[in-house]
Design a protein around this ligand. Structure first.
Ligand code: 3H9
Length: 701
C-alpha cells in the first residue's frame, strides 16, 4: 500500500507525519498509518494530545485520485476519520502546506487547526467532477456558515493561510515553524483541561442559513453561469442544504455519501480525473528525460506586435519577464504597444488588475524597429503573418543578431519548422512555439519539435510553458501540427454539411449544445473570413479552384462581410455586440451555392452533424498518432480542450471516442466513407484498435 505515517513523541504530544511523496494523498498506507497512529497515541497514557502534519510541501493533497474506480485497499477514509473524530485526546492539525479535498476534510476532523502562512487550503473536488465526500459539505457549513461554505466548495478555489484564519477554517496562523506552533497550541489545550472540539456537534452557524434559504438560489444561479453542464455543483448545493435542513450530522453524512457515489459513477468524473492526469502526463517526453538541462529564460524578444505578438508579449510581461518587441516601423510599433496598454486598462476597469500592476508590466516592455536590439534575448519568438518565405527571411535576420544559446522560436500555426530552421546556421536552436489567440488568455502552447531541435531546447520550451502558466504539449513537425490538422477535417465537414442541407446556424447550435463555446461558423466570423479569401486571391487562385467548402465564405467576403470585424459574416452582429443573429440572406447564399455546385440538399439530422464533426476529429487524431506527431492520445485531448474549447467534461475527442466505443465510431466512419468517399477512409490505427478489441486508453502506457 502506498504511503505511510511516521509516529514520534515530543514530550506528552504524539506527532503524526503523513509521508506519501510528493504531495501526501490519502492512499491506503496513509489511511492505515493515520488510524494506527491515533490508536497508538490513545493507548499511550503519557500522550495527552496529538498533532498531525505532512512531510514535504503538502499537508495532504486529498484522496488518492488514482485509486478511484479501483478496488480500495486498507481501511476506509470514513473509519479513519471516525477514529479521529471520536478521539478523547485533542488532535491539532499543523497545516504545513497544501490541504486540499480529503486533506482539508482530515484537518476539519481534527479538533483544532494551526496553519502556515503559505499553506493553501481548498475543496477543489468540483473540478474533478466530485464533491467533498468525507464530511466537507457537512462540517464546513457548521464551522463557517452555509453561505461561505457554498461559495468555497462550489468554486473549488483555494485560499492561503491568513484568509483561512479570517474565514474561521483555521484557528491560528503559525508565526514560526508550524509544527512547533501546533505543539505549543496543543500544550495550551492540554493545560486548559484537554478539551476536544468536534465540529460535528456544532449547529449555531446553520441557523442563519435556515432563515435565509435564498442563498441556495444564489448558489444555483452562480453555478449555472460559471459551470454550465456540470453535474457536481448541484449535488454540492443539495449536500449543504441537507446539512442545514436535516440538522442531524449522521443523516447529513449519509446524504453526502450517496451524492458522492453519484458523482463518482458519473462519466464527467472519469473525464475530469483523466484530464487532471493528462495535464501532467503531457509534460513527460520519453526521449527528453526530466533531468535534461534547461536554460534560464530571463528576457524575451518578440517579432511582430499585431494580435499574436502583442498577446505573446503580455504572457511574458504577466510573469515579470522583460520583453523587447519589434515592428517594421514606428507607427506599427506605437499601435501595437497601444493595444497592449489598452488590454491592460480593460483589466483595471474590470477590477482584475491595479494601475500599479499595469505600470510594472509596461515598464518591462521595450519597443524597437531594429533587429539588433533582440541580440540579448534568451528567447526570440517570431509572430508575423503566415508566409513561409517571409518567415525564412525573418529567421535569417534573427540568426544574424541573436546571441549564442538563445532559443529561436516561430509562432507559426502550421508551417514547416525544418524549412524555417534550415534558414539559420543553428537549426538545433529552432523550435515552434504556437500560442493560441488571444495568447494572453488561452492556456495551450503547442511546442513543435523540428528534426534537428536540441533536447535542451525542447526541455526549456516545455518549462517555459509552465512559467507562462500555460499547458505545453509537444507536437511533431507536420502541416497544421496537432490542433490545426484536426481542425481542418472538422471545418471541412461543417463546410460540406451546409452545402448538403444543414444551415450554419444548425451546425453551430449542435456544436454549442455539445459544450463548445462556439460552433465552426461563429469561429470563422471571430477569426475573420477575409483571411483565407485574401490568401487565395494573393495566390492567384481561380474561383473554380476554390475548395467548395470555402465558396460561401468567399461570397460573403465579396459582399464585405468579413465576420465580427465588419459586424456581418455568417451572422449579423448589432453594433457593439458579439452575439450574432441568424441572417436569412446567408441561407439564400448557401442554398444558391449548393445549386451552382449541383449538390442536392436534404435534411441533415443533428445527430449526423455532431457525428460528422466529431468522428472527423477522432479519425484524424488516429492518423496523427500513427504518424508519431502526437505522443499519446492524451496529448491530443489536452490540445483540443485548451486550444479549441472542446468541453473538458468529455475528456477530449479521443477520451470521448473511447467512451462512445471505438467500434461504434469506426462503424460511423465507414458509413460516412460509403456516402462521402475518400476523406472518410478509416485511419489504420482506428481499424487496428477495434480489431484487437482495444481503445485509446490502452495506448497511454
Ligand atoms: C478528494 O479528496 C475526495 C474526498 O473529498 C473524498 C474521498 C472519499 N492523488 O500537480 P503536481 C500527483 S478528491 C493522487 O505536478 P504541484 C500528480 O499526479 C482529491 N496523485 O504538483 C503528480 O504525479 P506525477 C481532491 C496526486 O506541486 C504529483 O502528485 N484533491 C494527487 O504542481 C505532483 O503533482 C485535489 O483535487 C492526488 N490527490 O501541485 C488535489 N494530487 O509526478 C489535486 C497530486 O506522477 N492535486 N498527485 O505526474 C493538485 O491540485 C496538485 O497536484 C497540488 C500539487 C496542488 C496538490
Amino acid at each position: 500500500m502506498k504511503g505511510t505515517v511516521h509516529y514520534e513523541k515530543r514530550g506528552n504530544i504524539a506527532l503524526l507525519t503523513v509521508d506519501n511523496p510528493p504531495v501526501n494523498p490519502l492512499s491506503g498506507g496513509v489511511r492505515q498509518g493515520m488510524t494506527d497512529g491515533v490508536n497508538k497515541a490513545l493507548a499511550d497514557d503519557e500522550v495527552q494530545a496529538i498533532v498531525m502534519t505532512g512531510a514535504g510541501r503538502a499537508f495532504i493533497a486529498g484522496a488518492d485520485i488514482s485509486e478511484f474506480g479501483k478496488e480500495p485497499q486498507g481501511p476506509s477514509l470514513f473509519d479513519c476519520l471516525d477514529t479521529m473524530d471520536n478521539s478523547s485526546k485533542p488532535i491539532v492539525a499543523a497545516i504545513n502546506g497544501t490541504a486540499f479535498g480529503g486533506g482539508l476534510e482530515v484537518a476539519l476532523c481534527c479538533h483544532y487547526r494551526v496553519i502556515a502562512e503559505k499553506a493553501p487550503v481548498g475543496l477543489p473536488e468540483v473540478k474533478l467532477g466530485l464533491l467533498p465526500g468525507a464530511g466537507g459539505t457537512q462540517r464546513l457549513p457548521r464551522l463557517i456558515g452555509a453561505e461561505k461554505a457554498l461559495q468555497f466548495i462550489v468554486s473549488g478555489d483555494p485560499i492561503p493561510g491568513p484568509q483561512a484564519v479570517e474565514l474561521g477554517i483555521a484557528d491560528e496562523l503559525a508565526k514560526g515553524d508550524v509544527v512547533d506552533d501546533a505543539i505549543a497550541f496543543a500544550q495550551k489545550i492540554v493545560d486548559a483541561g484537554g478539551q476536544t472540539r468536534r465540529i460535528r456537534d456544532e449547529s449555531a452557524k446553520l441557523e442563519e442559513a435556515r432563515k435565509n434559504p435564498a442563498i441556495f438560489d444564489e448558489a444555483r444561479k452562480n453555478a449555472a453561469r460559471r459551470m454550465r453542464g456540470r453535474f457536481a455543483p448541484e449535488k454540492i448545493i443539495q449536500c449543504v442544504e441537507a446539512a442545514v435542513n436535516l440538522d442531524d450530522f449522521d443523516a447529513g453524512m449519509k446524504f453526502e455519501r450517496e451524492a458522492f457515489g453519484e458523482c463518482l459513477n458519473h462519466p464527467q468524473r472519469a473525464a475530469l480525473i483523466y484530464n487532471f492526469f493528462s495535464e501532467r502526463e503531457v509534460a513527460k517526453i520519453p526521449d527528453v528525460p526530466k533531468d535534461t538541462p534547461t536554460q534560464k529564460i530571463e528576457s524575451a524578444g518578440v517579432i511582430g506586435c499585431g494580435t499574436m505578438g502583442g498577446g505573446i508579449s503580455m504572457c511574458f510581461l504577466n510573469v515579470g519577464i522583460p520583453v523587447t518587441v519589434l515592428e517594421t516601423d514606428q507607427e506599427a510599433l506605437d499601435r501595437g504597444i497601444g493595444v497592449i496598454k489598452r488590454n491592460y486598462d480593460i483589466q483595471v476597469q474590470r477590477g482584475r488588475m491595479s494601475e500599479d500592476d499595469v505600470a510594472q508590466r509596461m515598464a518591462l516592455l521595450t519597443g524597437t524597429t531594429d533587429h539588433a536590439d533582440l541580440g540579448q534575448a534568451d528567447v526570440v519568438i517570431e509572430a508575423i503573418y503566415e508566409n513561409l518565405d517571409v518567415k525564412i527571411e525573418t529567421f535569417k535576420k534573427i540568426d544574424a543578431v541573436a546571441k549564442q544559446g538563445a532559443i529561436l522560436a516561430s509562432n507559426t500555426s502550421g508551417l514547416d519548422i525544418d524549412k524555417i530552421a534550415a534558414a539559420t546556421g543553428r537549426p538545433e536552436a529552432v523550435i515552434g512555439l504556437h500560442f493560441f489567440s488571444p495568447a494572453n488568455v488561452m492556456r495551450l502552447l503547442e511546442v513543435v519539435r523540428g528534426e534537428k531541435t536540441g533536447k535542451g531546447i525542447i526541455a526549456t520550451s516545455m518549462k517555459l510553458g509552465k512559467t507562462l502558466k500555460k499547458i505545453a504539449v509537444l507536437s511533431g513537425n507536420a502541416p497544421g501540427f496537432i490542433g490545426n490538422r484536426m481542425l481542418a477535417q472538422y471545418t471541412r465537414q461543417a463546410g460540406e454539411m451546409i452545402l448538403q442541407g444543414a444551415t450554419p446556424y444548425q451546425v453551430d447550435s449542435v456544436i454549442q449544445k455539445f459544450g463548445m463555446p462556439m460552433g465552426p461558423f461563429q469561429m470563422n466570423d471571430l477569426v475573420g473570413l477575409d483571411l483565407g479569401w485574401r490568401a487565395r486571391k494573393l495566390a492567384g487562385m481561380k474561383p473554380e479552384d476554390v475548395p467548395i467548402t470555402a465558396r460561401v465564405a468567399d461570397k460573403l467576403c465579396e459582399m464585405d462581410r468579413y465576420g465580427q470585424k465588419t459586424n456581418r459574416g455568417f451572422y449579423i452582429y448589432p453594433e457593439g455586440s458579439r452575439a450574432g443573429q441568424a441572417d436569412p440572406e446567408v441561407i439564400d447564399i448557401v442554398e444558391a451555392t449548393s445549386k451552382e455546385l449541383g449538390i442536392k440538399r436534404r435534411d441533415i439530422s443533428d445527430e449526423e452533424v455532431l457525428n460528422r464533426c466529431l468522428y472527423a476529429l477522432v479519425n484524424e487524431g488516429c492518423r496523427i498518432l500513427d504518424d508519431g506527431i502526437a505522443l499519446r492520445p492524451c496529448d491530443i485531448d489536452i490540445v483540443y480542450i485548451n486550444g479549441y474549447g472542446f468541453p473538458q467534461i468529455t475528456g477530449g475527442p479521443m477520451f470521448w471516442a473511447d467512451q462512445q466505443g471505438l467500434d461504434k465510431v469506426l462503424d460511423g466512419v465507414k458509413r460516412f466513407q460509403a456516402e462521402y468517399g475518400a476523406p472518410w477512409e478509416p485511419a489504420p490505427l482506428l481499424e487496428k484498435l477495434v480489431k484487437d478489441g482495444k481503445n485509446f486508453a490502452s495506448l497511454q502506457g
